[in-house]
Ligand binder design. Structure first.
Ligand code: HEM
Length: 363
């Protein structure tokens, strides 16, 4: 597709598809022509669906709370959570990467970052799982049920966060919610509803994606044992291995936009008001940009993949996701002698925009 129809219109989905690195890059770099408002903002807009100048203002405010230092300070805690999770399974000689490590780790980390007390963690996990749950089956009833469950979880989560917000307002603590309440630019603070929506966005945008990054990295190391050995012998390669996973097996393979004007991309005229899907998964393997694109190189440098997007909406959680994946891999490799796939049938996550599996047993 990238070679023969790099920019094409899909009649069934009523949407344009873009596959080449250069074209995807151009789209993500031009938020004025390619808007993030895609008519999906029924439940109120979030950072992800805002355009400039509102996006810039909101992003600057949340950046004040979501600083690289705040994230780096989490490293020791991420290590101990990873070790605790592995303690529970390592004796048995087998584990399911998705279930035993890659799902609970990001949920626990974000819960702690947001200031959710440990006693509420299970409740919190159930709500977060429901928020990102796909549809079971393809019927209209199944879809309606999923939407109803999500709405219920979102309402309950909002009420729960509101209580935390009120507590932190009275007595600030060293957590993200307190920092968000205090963040201020030119005397302007975030509104209560904005903070609530932002907290929910963090769960929706951050949990399943990080789960898939950790699982996809382990998957690659089991598929290519020579690379696993290379990384074991050179632990400093863990960082670049995580980056190469984001290029080779990106958890998010496509990013949507809507045109605000007529634009030409790859020789095709796209009219105003049309949906455009940028296929990051294809762009990340574009031979015009990456040498030997279908080879996984654990030491690939530079690696300008677009696994976290590009431009003004570049993933806010990238430093956190990278840190969690690096620590998870380092600890797995140091505590487990040989990671190998316990061959079973793999079930993909049922979304065309996500690359991941529901379960990944290893021995
Ligand atoms: C945005 C991917 C983890 C929070 C994005 C975008 C991508 C992405 C591709 C850009 C979307 C667009 O341009 O429309 C990923 C991947 C992750 C990950 C692959 C894990 C490997 C996280 C985490 C958090 C997070 C851990 C937070 C805890 C966000 C937010 C945005 C975003 C808030 C919106 C930023 C904006 O619009 O300015 N992410 N993400 N993500 N991500 Fe992530």
């Amino acid at each position: 597709l990238r070679e023969n129809t790099p920019v094409r219109f899909d009649e069934d989905r009523n949407s344009w598809d873009v596959f080449r690195y250069e074209d995807v890059h151009r789209i993500l770099k031009d938020p004025a022509a390619f808007s993030s408002r895609r008519g999906l903002e029924v439940r109120g807009e979030t950072l992800l669906t805002m355009d400039q100048p509102k996006h810039t203002h909101m992003r600057n405010l949340v950046n004040k709370a979501f600083t690289p230092k705040a994230i780096n300070d989490l490293a020791p805690r991420i290590s101990s959570i990873t070790n605790e999770l592995l303690d529970q399974v390592i004796q048995s000689g087998k584990m399911d990467v998705v279930h035993d490590l890659a799902t609970p780790l990001p949920v626990i980390v974000i819960a702690e970052l947001l200031g959710v007390p440990a006693k509420d963690r299970m409740l919190f996990k159930e709500w977060s799982d429901t928020m990102v749950k796909g549809v079971e089956g393809s019927s209209d009833e199944a879809f309606a049920q999923m939407v109803a469950e999500r709405d219920k979880a979102e309402k309950e989560l909002s009420a729960y966060f509101l209580a935390i917000l009120n507590e932190r307002r009275k007595q600030p603590e060293d957590d993200l919610v307190s920092a968000l309440l205090q963040a201020e630019i030119d005397g302007e603070k975030l509104q209560e509803q904005e903070i609530l929506r932002f907290c929910i966005l963090l769960l929706v945008a951050g949990n399943e994606t990080t789960t898939n990054l950790i699982t996809n990295a382990v998957r690659l190391l089991t598929e290519q044992p020579a690379i696993q050995n290379q990384v074991r012998q050179n632990p400093e390669l863990v960082k670049t291995t995580v980056e190469e996973t984001l290029r080779f097996y990106p958890p998010i393979v496509a990013i949507g936009r809507m045109t605000t004007q007529d634009v030409e991309i790859g020789g095709q005229l796209i009219r105003e008001g049309q949906q455009v899907v940028s296929w990051v998964g294809a762009a990340n393997r574009d031979p015009e940009k990456f040498e030997d694109p279908d080879t996984f190189l654990p030491d690939r440098k530079p690696n300008p993949h677009m696994g976290f997007g590009f431009g003004i909406h570049f993933c806010l959680g990238a430093p956190l996701a990278r840190l969690e994946a690096q620590i998870a891999l380092e600890i797995m490799l140091s505590r487990m002698d040989d990671l190998s796939f316990a061959k079973t049938t793999l079930t993909p996550i049922p979304s065309p925009f996500v690359f991941g599996v529901k379960s990944y047993p290893i021995t």
